[in-house]
Ligand binder design. Structure first.
Ligand SMILES: [Fe+2]
Ligand SMILES: [Fe+2]
Length: 263
C-alpha cells in the first residue's frame, strides 16, 4: 500500500466518517462507507436473525466506524457469525477486532480459507464450509458456494441466503462511485466501466478469467437470487440470473482473450 493510501485509511479512523445504512431486503442492512479518495463504497451487510451475521468484517481502520453503525442495528456483543468471500483487508481485515468485541462470534468461510488463512490469522477457529454446506442462523439458511479465484483468491466463495434469496456476491459487479444503495436498473455497464478504468492503472487484472469462470457464474445464476448484495457500488434487485449470465460476457470481454504481455 502506498503512503498516501495509508494516510487516507488513517484519516478514516481520526475523523468522523459518515456511514449510510439501508435495508436492501427484509432484515438485510447494507452499511456503506464511502471513501472519496478511492471513489469507492465499502459495503458491509448485517443480517438480523436469532444468530446475526455480518458479511464483510471490513478493514481494521474502518472498525470503529463500522462498530458504531452495527450498534444502531443490534447489540454488537450478540453478533454470532462473520462471513466473507476471500482473504483481503476489506473482506476480513477487522475480523479479530470483531472476535474481541463479540465473544460468541465466529468467522465462517471456505475450507481453503480456514486451512490456509484463518488457522493462523483468526483469534478463534473459523467454521469451514464445503461446497453446498448450509449454515442455519434461526429462520434463515445460508448456502455456501465454493468459487475459487472468482472474484479472486484460492479461498473464494459466496453465500446465498436462501430464505430471502439474497446472494452475498462480494466483489462481483463492483461499481466505482458513491451510488444508490439498491437499484433495479442495469449495473453491468457501470461495472464494466469500473473494470476498464482499473485496467489502465495499478489495479489491473482484478479477476482471473479461467475455463471455470462461466460455469461458476451459471451455477450462481441457477440459484435464482432476487437481490445481489454487492461489496462495492449499488446492490441490485431484479433478474439476477440474467445479470450473472451477462456478467460472464463482460468478464470475458475485459480479461478473457487478451494476451497481455507483462510490463
Ligand atoms: Fe476482493
Ligand atoms: Fe472488495
Amino acid at each position: 500500500m502506498s503512503g498516501s493510501s495509508l494516510a487516507i485509511l488513517q484519516k478514516i479512523q481520526q475523523i468522523h466518517v459518515m456511514y449510510k445504512i439501508n435495508e436492501i431486503a427484509p432484515d438485510v442492512y447494507r452499511i456503506s462507507i464511502f471513501v472519496p479518495e478511492f471513489q469507492l463504497q465499502f459495503n458491509h451487510f448485517l443480517i438480523k436473525d436469532d444468530e446475526p451475521l455480518l458479511y464483510h468484517a471490513g478493514m481494521k481502520q474502518m472498525f470503529p466506524v463500522l462498530y458504531e453503525a452495527v450498534k444502531t442495528l443490534i447489540d454488537p456483543q450478540s453478533l454470532r457469525w462473520i462471513g466473507f468471500s476471500h482473504f483481503e483487508v476489506d473482506e476480513c481485515g477487522a475480523l479479530n477486532e470483531w472476535l474481541q468485541a463479540a465473544p460468541n462470534a465466529q468467522a465462517v468461510c471456505s475450507e481453503v480459507g480456514s486451512i490456509v488463512n484463518m488457522s493462523d490469522f483468526a483469534l478463534r477457529p473459523a467454521l469451514a464450509l464445503k461446497n453446498n454446506d448450509i449454515l442455519q442462523t434461526g429462520k434463515r439458511k445460508y448456502r455456501f458456494i465454493r468459487t475459487p479465484h472468482l472474484p479472486h483468491g484460492w479461498d473464494a466463495g459466496v453465500m446465498f441466503e436462501e430464505t430471502g434469496r439474497t446472494l452475498l456476491c462480494s466483489d462481483l459487479f463492483h461499481q466505482n462511485g458513491d451510488l444508490v444503495a439498491l437499484t433495479d436498473k442495469d449495473i453491468l455497464e457501470a461495472h464494466k466501466d469500473s473494470l476498464l478504468s482499473y485496467e489502465s492503472g495499478p489495479l489491473m487484472d482484478y479477476t482471473p478469467y479461467t475455463h471455470k469462470t462461466k460455469e461458476m457464474l451459471h451455477q450462481l445464476a441457477a440459484l435464482n437470487p432476487v437481490t445481489l448484495a454487492t461489496m462495492h457500488g449499488s446492490s441490485f434487485s431484479g433478474d439476477c440470473s440474467k445479470a450473472l449470465i451477462a456478467l460472464d460476457d463482460v468478464m470475458k470481454e475485459v480479461w478473457g482473450e487478451k494476451n497481455k504481455s507483462i510490463a
